[in-house]
Design a protein around this ligand. Structure first.
Ligand SMILES: Cc1cc2nc3c(=O)[nH]c(=O)nc-3n(C[C@H](O)[C@H](O)[C@H](O)COP(=O)(O)OP(=O)(O)OC[C@H]3O[C@@H](n4cnc5c(N)ncnc54)[C@H](O)[C@@H]3O)c2cc1C
Ligand code: SF4
Length: 331
């Protein structure tokens, strides 16, 4: 057994100071991902700084009609929060599509954003994996990769990684233009959520742009003035990560798309904001043909692997179906 120290500081500033002094330490939220990875020997922190009780568990209104979500808000509470259900249904639906009731009770908003990939080579310490052990290779590239990425992968060199980001909640937050508030050794800063998660580039070991010791304290959601929804395709109805998912919001006036937000899950190393599709759709008729053309514009960049080319038409179909549903809702 590998020993580690457990700390439960009184406040956020003390937790940041503790971790700054522990280069191999980690924050602990609900522990539903980190503790599993510790049991598997994938994560080996020497200090665990428990932040579940000291980050805010409140959801508060912001002056612009948006919401501030404390990093300690449990996933179940956030999904059930009436203001989220009413103003940001895409977020509530994404949360309810993830994990199980018990896990959602325990898991925190901050921890959910930072959960790690479910690539089977990453979680098996006997296999090569550039994310877990830089320079060891990527077992998935020529191995089992049915549920891996089709966009933005690194396909050669020491940075090779074709993993996907697992969080449903993060996909919805990316579509909602959320802003992540962090407290670090150098003070507070904000990060647009689209800049939080990384593509593998030449260093797949780094999932995010956070620096060591930066604590997520809250997430800000700006007001949203259009209907939204989340659709997730998975191998079974519960307890399964996305094969492909779509978070969308759509504003249609006089049959024309006035505004649209679109993000995809299960397709890349980070929640994928579909900016090419959004650009292709604005000002176009809200028809199945336009929705399909927009999806094609986004997926033109796809570089599927040997066994996951089916994700390209699946993503296209899920985008089209979701936008059609939203288009009907706004009519
Ligand atoms: C069987 C199973 C099925 C699942 N299915 C799904 C699914 O379908 N969809 C889905 O989205 N998720 C799914 N999950 C994942 C689940 O949502 C995550 O495990 C959970 O959200 C992680 O939150 P946590 O608070 O427990 O994080 P932890 O495990 O405590 O932490 C995760 C990471 O976040 C860091 N961290 C935690 N809090 C902070 C903070 N405030 N600031 C900075 N760093 C922090 C930790 O250091 C760690 O690196 C599943 C999990 C299991 C076990
Ligand atoms: S896809 Fe990424 S996480 Fe999976 S084995 Fe390759 S390097 Fe590791």
């Amino acid at each position: 057994m590998r020993e580690f120290r457990y700390e439960r500081p009184a406040d956020a500033a003390s937790s940041v100071a503790l971790l700054a002094a522990a280069p191999a330490g980690a924050f602990l939220g609900g522990g539903t991902n980190l503790v599993d990875l510790m049991k598997l020997g994938v994560a080996t922190p020497d200090v665990l700084v428990d932040v579940r009780e000291l980050t805010s568990r409140e959801v508060t209104d912001s002056p612009d009609g948006g919401l501030r979500i404390g990093a300690g808000v449990p996933n179940a509470d956030l999904a059930a929060e009436p203001r989220v259900r009413e103003r940001f249904p895409v977020l509530s639906q994404a949360l309810l599509a993830g994990a199980s009731g018990q896990l959602r009770n325990r898991a925190t908003t901050g921890g959910n954003l930072l959960q790690r990939t479910r690539c089977g080579y990453f979680t098996d310490v006997t296999r090569p994996c550039n994310k877990r052990t830089p320079g060891s290779g990527c077992g998935a590239l020529e191995g089992v990769h049915r549920n891996h990425a089709i966009l933005g992968q690194t396909l050669e060199g020491p940075g090779t990684c074709v993993a996907t980001h697992p969080s449903d909640m993060a996909v919805a937050m990316v579509a909602l233009d959320a802003v992540v508030r962090v407290l670090g050794p150098d003070g507070e800063r904000t990060i647009p959520i689209t800049d939080l998660h990384r593509l593998p580039g030449d260093d797949p070991s780094r999932d995010t742009t956070l620096r060591h010791g930066e604590l997520i304290t809250a997430i800000d959601l700006p007001a949203l003035a259009m209907p939204s929804r989340y659709r997730k395709v998975r191998d079974r109805a519960s307890f399964a990560f996305a094969l492909v998912s779509v978070a969308a919001a759509l504003k249609v006036e006089d049959g024309v798309v006035r505004d649209v937000r679109l993000a995809l899950g299960g397709v890349a190393h980070k929640p994928w904001r579909a900016t090419a599709a959004e650009q292709a759709l604005r000002g176009q008729p809200a028809t199945e043909e336009s929705f399909a053309a927009a999806a094609d514009a986004e997926l033109a960049a796809a570089t599927p692997l040997r066994d996951n080319a089916w994700k390209v038409p699946m993503a296209r179909n899920v985008v089209v179906r979701t936008l059609l549903d939203l288009g009907e809702a706004t009519r």
